[in-house]
Design a protein around this ligand. Structure first.
Ligand SMILES: CC(=O)N[C@H]1[C@@H](OP(=O)(O)OP(=O)(O)OC[C@H]2O[C@@H](n3ccc(=O)[nH]c3=O)[C@H](O)[C@@H]2O)O[C@H](CO)[C@@H](O)[C@@H]1O[C@H](C)C(=O)N[C@@H](C)C(=O)N[C@H](CCC(=O)O)C(=O)O
Ligand SMILES: Nc1ncnc2c1ncn2[C@@H]1O[C@H](COP(=O)(O)OP(=O)(O)OP(=O)(O)O)[C@@H](O)[C@H]1O
Length: 564
């Protein structure tokens, strides 16, 4: 293993030059070790190129676990045996499907130096001959341990965490816009972590989850620090809060957008879902909060937050700290005045349409101001965001009607998007929607109802059926559509094949109408019976529009649709 000293490592030469603006506290000087960048079939997240090895005895002390003999040290940590690199601790966690200890042999063969596990995994881990660190709840200890292994990278980053049922991704991109604007004069880079992707400056990294597991997150923070990132906006899902994925982080600002029924396959009820989100507003997790005054659960959070909160109201409520006033909604976005508690008043713009994006933009501005950025810079940065992948994203192929792809895949989001489109367009709306299999089945009826009630043509179709029968999912959605009184209901079509469903909506579009393809947004594949086939709503929509223009029959008139 090649060892270099800190003065050979770029960002240690002149830490102030590398991370100057929003934070910029350099790590302590010391010896850095180049980390082997092994070839892996499972790529895992990016890793820092240099770390300071941490002796296992020190890590055992942190865990309160029995110290292993010898002088081995760790240079990384992962919870996935396939992603182990030489020098890693392998965290063998109990899960719903497996016990990670079953993969300890693979971890050892890839160069793990120790295994962190629970008493149930100790014997299998010890059989590899590696030192074993046993604790009752390894998942609960893994985040803080990962932060230690990677040298507490989060402490060198301004961290803004966003939670809520809808708008996390959008708000994260809008905050990133403001952070970029603030960094313009200093030359610092920004980071973004969320559902669509992670970004290290302009480099894009594929996301496996909305919020990475703690070992991946701390490694990502370390890479960001190494490359000169000074501030990061990240989505924090309720799964992440319950599963300890953000253990080891203290967010400078925590943002709460809203809460509506979702993930009720994971949370037993809304109270449990709310409490999971509320964890982000404890002193262990954040320093200050930004909370949506207009949301029922946001309003409740104001009194239940442990950290001081600043409130915002896109509806202009006079009791909120920040308000959106003089809102003008437009088909491409909205403009409004953000009015603050100290007499601040800046003209701002939401670069995406719909009232809910005024809320997302105001949330972003208030989070940025709470992080110390001046309101005009914050508003300018938010307004400059060119769009968010798969969120109200337009497809233009020269047609005389609007065609939009959107990620709405829960009842509240479907309603918000349809209301938003209705507010800014006059023609008919032809909307396509499916529900994913193996996920919260409770929302399917409500999704069917919302689409039937708010569209002129509702085309019910497949999303990612996964292991479920798509027709069974569609039957539940159709039952929801049938609950809508006939006088309120648009034409409902059922078309199992998603491409044909999109073509059916396009076939009905007249000049001035809107075709709205919902549910998959940025996604590039469709999971049918565990096989993910390439499927890109934007490309399929564009093809359907072009086929219609060329009068190419089969694509514009699917022959196996069902009128409800
Ligand atoms: C409910 C949930 O979130 N489960 C997560 C959890 O699974 P689990 O504990 O049951 O793990 P398991 O599959 O039994 O495996 C046990 C252990 O063996 C390890 N293993 C497994 C196989 C192997 O070859 N080698 C290996 O080391 C696994 O890494 C794991 O640590 O730990 C796994 C390892 O990190 C995660 O992949 C898995 O996320 C699942 C796949 C998932 O999709 N979660 C979704 C629902 C999720 O987290 N969504 C949220 C919210 C999104 C939103 O708001 O829309 C998100 O943040 O993405
Ligand atoms: N503030 C909001 N209120 C209601 N609906 C919203 C809001 N923001 C976005 N949406 C809708 O929800 C969809 C998903 O938005 P976004 O990806 O920003 O949220 P998210 O919280 O990251 O969602 P997910 O958890 O599903 O990834 C958007 O495409 C839009 O239809």
């Amino acid at each position: 293993m090649r060892t270099i000293t800190s003065d050979q490592c770029n960002h240690q030469d002149d830490p102030d030059a590398a991370r100057p603006s929003l934070r910029g506290t350099p790590g302590p000087p010391g010896t850095l070790t180049a980390v082997p960048q092994a070839d892996q079939s499972y790529p895992g997240p990016p890793r820092p190129t240099h770390v300071r090895p941490v002796p296992l005895t020190e890590l055992a002390r942190q865990l309160g676990a029995e110290a292993p003999g010898g002088d081995a040290a760790a240079t990384g940590i992962t919870h996935d045996s396939r992603a182990v690199r030489p020098g890693d601790i392998y965290a063998a966690l109990p899960g719903a499907r497996f016990h990670g200890a079953d993969f300890a042999t693979q971890a050892a063969s890839l160069g793990a130096v120790a295994v962190l596990t629970d008493p149930a995994g100790t014997e299998r881990a010890a059989a590899t001959g590696l030192p074993v660190l046993t604790v009752p709840d390894p998942r609960g200890r893994m985040g803080a341990l990962a932060a230690t292994v990677y040298g507490e990278p989060g402490k060198d980053l301004l961290q803004i965490g966003i939670t809520g049922t809808s708008g996390k991704t959008t708000t994260a991109y809008l905050i990133d816009g403001g952070l970029r604007k603030a960094e313009e004069k200093d030359g610092g880079l920004t980071g973004l972590i969320g559902t669509v992707e992670s970004r290290i400056g302009d480099e894009r990294v594929k996301s496996e989850r909305t919020t990475p597991e703690a070992t991946e997150l701390q490694a990502l923070f370390a890479v960001m620090r190494e490359r000169g990132v000074t501030s990061v906006a990240m989505e924090v899902s309720s799964h992440a809060l319950v599963l300890g994925r953000v253990d080891g982080c203290v967010f400078d600002i925590a943002v709460f957008n809203n809460l509506s029924p979702e993930h009720l396959d994971f949370h037993p009820d809304m109270e449990d879902y709310f409490r999971a989100k509320r964890q982000l507003f404890t002193t262990a997790r954040s320093r200050a909060g930004v909370v949506n005054f207009d949301d029922e659960y946001g309003y409740r959070l104001i009194s239940e937050s442990e950290v001081p909160v600043t409130t915002f109201s896109a509806e202009g409520h006079p009791d909120a700290d920040w308000r959106a006033e003089d809102v003008e909604l437009g088909p491409l976005g909205s403009v409004f005045t953000a009015v603050g508690p100290k007499g601040e008043s800046v003209r701002a713009a939401a670069p995406l349409p719909g009232p809910f994006n005024v809320a997302n933009a105001l949330a972003a501005i208030v989070a940025l101001v709470s992080a110390g950025i001046d309101p005009q810079t914050a508003a300018d940065g938010v307004a400059a965001v060119p769009g968010v992948p798969g969120r109200l994203e337009r497809v233009d192929a020269g047609q005389d009607y609007l065609a939009v792809v959107d990620y709405a895949h829960k009842p509240d989001a479907v309603e918000s998007v349809l209301y938003a489109i209705r507010k800014v367009t006059e023609g008919s709306v032809h909307a396509v929607l499916g529900c994913g299999g193996d996920r919260d089945p409770h929302k399917r009826t409500a999704m069917g109802s919302a689409l039937a009630r708010l569209s002129d043509t509702a085309v019910l179709t497949s999303d990612n059926p996964r292991s479920e029968d798509p027709l069974a999912i569609l039957a539940t959605m159709l039952a929801g559509a049938a609950e809508v009184p006939a006088y309120e209901r648009g034409t409902v079509l059922v078309e199992e094949d998603r491409a044909a469903a999109i073509a059916a909506a396009v076939a009905r579009a007249e000049p001035g109408d809107t075709v709205l393809v919902l549910g998959k947004g940025h996604e590039q594949g469709q999971d049918i019976a565990g096989v993910v086939r390439p499927f890109d709503d934007k490309r399929v929509l564009r093809d359907a529009i072009e086929h219609k223009r060329l009068g190419d029959g089969p694509h514009s008139t699917p022959d196996h649709r069902t009128d409800a």
